[in-house]
Design a protein. Structure first.
Length: 163
């Protein structure tokens, strides 16, 4: 009598495809891919994903040739605004947003840091007016350096504190 295989194929796999998706597909929504693994939860928190009522799938430490270990986030029925994408660019620039409709990728966007950032990052100068008055911060971006529009203090984009 033959024993059952100790490693059965997943349902609907057809038994021969060795490269199954590790995370279920979504019908409509956004997939954020190529997130540096150590930034995945920060991205989810920044975008308010823990407060959504729609399904959100978060995976970390998937192998990636592009970033080493990566994170991936799938958000059903959510399409991000330009403001949300700008916020994302500060924490994890160069991630890929895949827009999904009817289980198909209809658009891919590489998130790039804009030349100016407003209301996202706190100025690290304790004397800056933005730390004493109710006004939005404003930074000019050049490479990995943010320069405060008001006090001209420079800071490394990788070491910023978000507002």
């Amino acid at each position: 009598m033959n024993k059952p295989c100790s490693d059965p194929q997943p349902p609907n796999s057809g038994g021969s495809n060795k490269t199954e998706r590790l995370v279920a597909a979504i019908e409509h929504g956004t997939v954020i891919d190529h997130i540096p693994a150590d930034k995945t939860y920060q991205v989810a928190n920044l975008l308010g994903l823990f407060d959504l009522k729609t399904p959100v799938t978060i995976g970390i430490n998937y192998p990636s040739l592009k970033v080493g270990n990566k994170g991936i986030i799938k958000v059903s029925d959510k399409f991000f605004t330009d403001d949300e994408i700008s916020r994302l660019s500060v924490v994890a620039p160069n991630v890929i947003l895949n827009i999904i409709r009817d289980y198909e990728v209809v658009e891919k966007k590489t998130v790039e840091t804009p030349s100016e950032i407003r209301g996202i990052v706190k100025c690290n100068n304790p004397k800056c007016i933005t730390n004493h008055e109710p006004m939005a911060t404003h930074f000019h971006v050049e490479g990995n350096v943010l320069t405060c529009h008001y006090c001209e203090r420079e800071q490394d984009i990788n070491k910023v504190e978000l507002v």
